[in-house]
Ligand binder design. Structure first.
Ligand code: KG4
Ligand code: ZN
Length: 348
């Protein structure tokens, strides 16, 4: 039918999430009706423990779905989606199995969704809001994903055609920011964010540590952030320098300069491939940084690309993006069967 509602479940990592989206195919609009999540607190674990995370989803998914369905008892569900991969095997299977059972119970189709595809399509959900009149992200488009786990530049030509143009050779940019910030003396978590706040009072970065650029070869199109942490650790030990906003900004700027330099090199090397793209979607936790946003906007302007920054909340793992990707796939004729199981390692 032309209007229908989707229930989506995301359990690939440590958050159990569910969303309901209503879709009007005729008007080509979509509305996020609700999004709920139960987060597993992994802060005492020093990382995610797969067995604990799996148990968390098994425990949470039932009550979470029960409550959201009860709350929207007047909403008929016409399609059930779940994250099929990539992610932790036990975690994925919890959501996939629940979604299949639900689809049988409701007598509606089940659809398994690629988690990274869902991240890439996120801005299109909000651009489908009724009355939205801003920029639209259409294929082909570029995505720069900068988070605690990823640093990649992707060219998406269609729902099924994605090319990773540039990836990290070692750690992710958010990880590097967090580790460098810790070395500078910041404490807690999300230290890249803490360091961002701290260095906002600095107008210009210091140049006291002359931080070198890694893989400084024009033809090497890879990001690399591991060297920043070791260099900054060495400098801190050697100089015992006191952390100032200017010094923190020097560190942050060096890391961002590398990101920008390699992104620009990739734009040049893949000039032909990206020629018809008009949008660069910048997502992931690090994309919340105003100085990075400014630098990216400037670079994009030079390449006639519109830089789009989805709301940081929807850049982290959520079920709304799974539901929207499910809508796009479903309308394109993509189907999943009940035999299909989770795919923990699933390339784009
Ligand atoms: O996408 P995200 O929220 O989650 C995961 O990757 O799991 O990204 C988190 C990362 C952390 O490294 C955090 O320090 C960084 O994004 N981050 C920032 C800012 N806000 C979050 N880095 C720089 N500036 C920010 N404003
Ligand atoms: Zn994710």
């Amino acid at each position: 039918s032309l209007t229908y509602n989707v229930l989506a479940i995301e359990t690939s990592c440590d958050d159990t999430c569910a969303a309901i989206i209503s879709r009007d195919r005729e008007k080509n609009t979509a509305a996020l009706i609700d999004h709920v999540k139960i987060t597993l607190d992994s802060s005492l674990q020093g990382g995610i423990n797969p067995a604990l995370a799996t148990a968390h989803h098994h425990q949470s998914v039932g009550p979470l779905i029960r409550d959201v369905l009860k709350k929207h008892a007047d909403t008929t569900i016409d399609l059930v989606c779940a994250t099929r991969g990539p992610g932790l095997p036990g975690c994925l299977s919890s959501g996939v199995t629940f979604a299949k059972g639900l689809s049988l119970g409701l007598g509606v189709p089940y659809l398994g969704v690629h988690h990274m595809l869902a991240h890439l399509l996120t801005p299109r959900l909000f651009e489908a809001a009724e009355g939205y009149s801003g920029h639209k992200t259409e294929f082909p488009f570029l995505s720069l994903l900068v988070s605690g786990g990823h640093t990649m530049l992707v060219l998406s030509k269609s729902l099924y055609d994605h090319t990773v143009l540039c990836n990290t050779a070692d750690v992710a940019i958010g990880d590097a920011l967090d580790k460098c910030a810790r070395t500078l003396g910041f404490q807690g978590n999300m230290l890249g964010k803490v360091m961002d706040q701290y260095c906002r009072s600095a107008d210009t970065p210091s140049s006291q540590w002359s931080i070198p650029m890694p893989v400084d070869n024009k033809n090497d199109i890879r990001y690399s952030f591991a060297a920043f942490h070791s260099y900054i650790g060495m400098k801190k030990k050697e100089t015992q320098a006191e952390t100032t906003p200017e010094l923190a900004l020097e560190v942050q700027t060096a890391i961002f300069n590398h990101l920008m330099k390699k992104t620009k090199a990739a734009f040049n090397i893949y000039k032909k491939e990206i020629a018809s793209a008009t949008t660069l979607v910048c997502s992931g936790g690090v994309a919340a940084n105003p100085r990075l946003r400014e630098a990216l906007q400037e670079l994009c302007a030079k390449y006639k690309l519109e830089a789009v920054f989805p709301d940081p909340y929807w850049c982290t793992d959520n079920a709304a993006m799974i539901g929207w990707a499910g809508i796009e796939l479903h309308e394109d004729g993509y189907r999943s069967d009940l035999e299909g199981f989770q795919i923990p390692k699933w390339p784009l």
